[in-house]
Design a protein around this ligand. Structure first.
Ligand SMILES: Cc1ncc(COP(=O)(O)O)c(C=O)c1O
Length: 392
């Protein structure tokens, strides 16, 4: 039976890691995989996480099952950060559950949308490739709209049209902040407009918030999400702690559901729990428990926020340095300064991306996506020079 399966293409980014590891050049630059790196090229465990893990080992007295919803203390501790003080959560319209990372949350949200009758997922192009991959796997149709304008800002006409064409049964996938792969987020006035348009639309918004705090700050990065939630009756929110707590492989995420009335939440959450049970039964505990311990402790929370500030500052500094370089060959680097988060796209052709790798040892995704945290004050000039060389 298993010989019926066809070979699937290897994940392009994982293949890139192998190529990078095999490259013996000392000045090679890895801008591929999406993890934060310090100025020394490391992805360390947060100090606040180390401290919370120590506390966890000392105080945890059982590893008995918690249930498909996971650690509800974790889920609730995140609520003020995501939804703010005046959030609808306060009148009981939001409920949530723990998931294995943001990916588990997306899988659950989309499966639940499908159960509720969704047929089409409307997604800006380009998006994180796992978005369409999950939709395809669930048998959901994908409708694309253009996300990025040529000047490196958001294509507002693209999303206006997408909302105008929205039908019953459509889910609109939105990146809450730090858009992957473009780094192009909506400005506040653009979120205001999108929220107003969604108020009159039958579309169900699904907001993917995988990088809160890596853009402009924890509060600032939640602006769009809160604005949309203030205008629509129902929404799905997919959250990841894997970047903002540096927990990548521990798989820490949450799914939240907002309904028009508190009384409508129970049947929805019962479906989410049943789907979780059918997929992974229960989420992994360790990382979420560490996050909960941080958020329950004022000093650890301050330490975590401080570490997050340092990450964000470093990425801002890299972005500003690239933007200050202006032009590199035919590429205008200035829009990168106004973009947010780990990623931006350098508009190079596939051949130029290959030349960056072969001639200059710069490893970036075929789409031209770079992880800005892969750049340091020591390699940034070489990177800009390489772009000028291949695109000049
Ligand atoms: C846009 C977006 N959403 C969700 C995720 C999910 O992250 P994780 O499953 O690692 O928590 C990622 C990770 O790269 C992402 O880029």
């Amino acid at each position: 039976m298993l010989s019926n399966l066809e070979q699937q293409p290897a994940d392009a980014l994982l293949a890139l890691i192998k190529l990078h590891n095999a490259d013996t050049r000392l000045d090679k630059i890895d801008l591929g995989v999406g993890v934060y790196r310090t100025g020394q090229g490391e992805t360390p465990v947060f100090g606040a996480i180390k401290a919370a893990e120590k506390k966890l080992v000392e105080t945890q007295d059982s590893k008995a099952y918690l249930g498909p919803e996971g650690d509800m203390g974790f889920v609730e501790a995140l609520v003020p950060y995501i939804f703010g003080d005046s959030a609808p959560s306060l009148d009981g319209r939001i409920d949530g559950m723990q998931t294995p990372g943001g990916t588990g949350s997306l899988r659950l949200a989309l499966a639940m949308a499908k159960r509720s009758g969704a047929t089409r997922i409307v997604i800006g192009k380009p998006s994180w490739p796992n978005h369409p991959q999950i939709c395809r796997d669930l048998g959901l149709d994908i409708v694309e709209f253009n996300h990025a304008a040529p000047d490196g800002t958001a294509d507002m006409e693209g999303i206006r049209q997408a909302i105008a064409n929205g039908q019953e049964g459509d889910v609109l996938m939105l990146h809450g902040c730090c858009h992957n792969p473009t780094g192009i987020d909506y400005a506040r006035s653009e979120w205001d407009e999108i929220s107003a348009l969604l108020a009159d639309s039958p579309m169900l918004p699904l907001i993917d918030l995988a990088y809160q705090g890596l853009g402009n700050g924890m509060e600032e990065d939640a602006y769009g999400l809160r604005r949309v939630l203030g205008s629509v009756p129902q929404a799905l929110i997919c959250y990841s702690c894997d970047k903002n707590f540096g927990l990548y492989r521990d798989r820490v995420g949450a799914l939240y559901v907002m309904m028009e009335q508190a009384g409508q939440l129970a049947p929805v959450m019962s479906n989410a729990h049943a789907l979780a049970r059918a997929n992974w039964s229960q989420p992994p505990d360790h990382g979420a428990a560490a996050v909960r311990l941080i958020l329950e402790d004022k000093a650890l929370t301050a330490q975590w926020l401080d570490e997050l500030d340092q990450m964000r500052e470093r990425m801002r500094q890299v972005r500003q340095t690239l933007a200050a370089a202006g032009r590199a060959g035919s590429v205008d680097l200035t829009p990168i300064g106004g973009q947010s988060g780990l990623f931006s796209i350098i508009p190079l052709t596939k051949e130029q991306v290959l030349e960056m790798r072969e001639k200059h040892g710069v490893y970036m995704a075929g789409s031209g996506r770079i992880n800005v945290a892969g750049l340091t004050m020591g390699n940034i000039d070489g990177f800009v020079g390489a772009i000028a060389d291949v695109s000049g």
